[in-house]
Design a protein around this ligand. Sequence first.
Ligand code: FES
Ligand code: FE2
Length: 340
Amino acid sequence: MAYIKNTWYAAAWSHEITRDMLARTIANEKIVFYRTESGEVAALEDRCPHRFVPLHLGKLKGDIVECAYHGLCFDASGACTLNPHGDGKIPRAARVKAYKVVEKHSIAWLWLGEAERADESLIADFSVLTDPSFQTVSSYLHVRANYQLISDNLLDLSHGQYIHPMFANAEGPPRFEPEKEPADHEVWAKFSRPNQYPNKYFQMLGYPSDQRGDHRNFMRWSSPSLLLLDVGMTGVGRPVEEGLSIPTSHLLTPETDCTTHYFWAMSRDFRQEDVALSEQLLRVGVAVFDDEDKPVIEAQQRMIDNSELMSLNPVLLQTDGPAVRARRVVEARLQAEQAS
Ligand code: FES
Ligand SMILES: [Fe+2]
């Protein structure tokens, strides 16, 4: 399976990258991450060019990685700095690929493609993750399914009515608003529940159970698979700033063709100091994403085996519009990249 290379992938939460080496496969490329002594993130191909032992099994000495097998050493640029054997000459081929990484919004973003095209301004806006007016809880989930199946799931939130008891409403599935002005690299999937009683989630967050309100779930998708859900509830017909806002980030990074790194976070602009609420939200996130979405998506992957979903001619409903468009954007970018 081909992946867009000239794009930013969420490789890790910043706090995951320390002075201990972290091995992570991204879009089928095996990479080792570590923090240099000055605090920068280094990302190297995790395969020693001598006998192909994973570099993360070796030792980090200062900013240098020493291979576990015969001691070749590599710096953060991927250059071999020491051959402890024979005449000590360093063969020209003794180097590993170094990847460009940028830390922003508490995420380490990885660029798989040509380093000279790695433009930081192209990183999708997830500033809510570090915005001091929000309190954020975050987690990581490993899913045995292709990343686009998870994008599909997040772009069609009508499933909440059936999979997630906490998000279901007595009045049935949410209303879907088709996109009016589709943008190039962004897709919006807007679901709303105007003038309804709060579901269990908003009741938990403190919205009065006997009071009707307008509930919105507006998902923004950025290529190739970075999603931010504007979710909130406010009084009927009232401006959104008056109500509860709990934007939720979903950063999907392909690991292999059938597995995905799923970084998620919930941010809130109310009761920011309430530690018990933070713990409760983490439990809800795990219950919803890990225990309810993940088993269904993994079962879907097992059912279709390694096939590409659209090649099986799935039935399409109106609510599939955003997911289908997102797949087309990815496909067009892939084709453009392969043609250049
Ligand atoms: S395999 Fe790394 S030095 Fe031999
Ligand atoms: Fe879900």
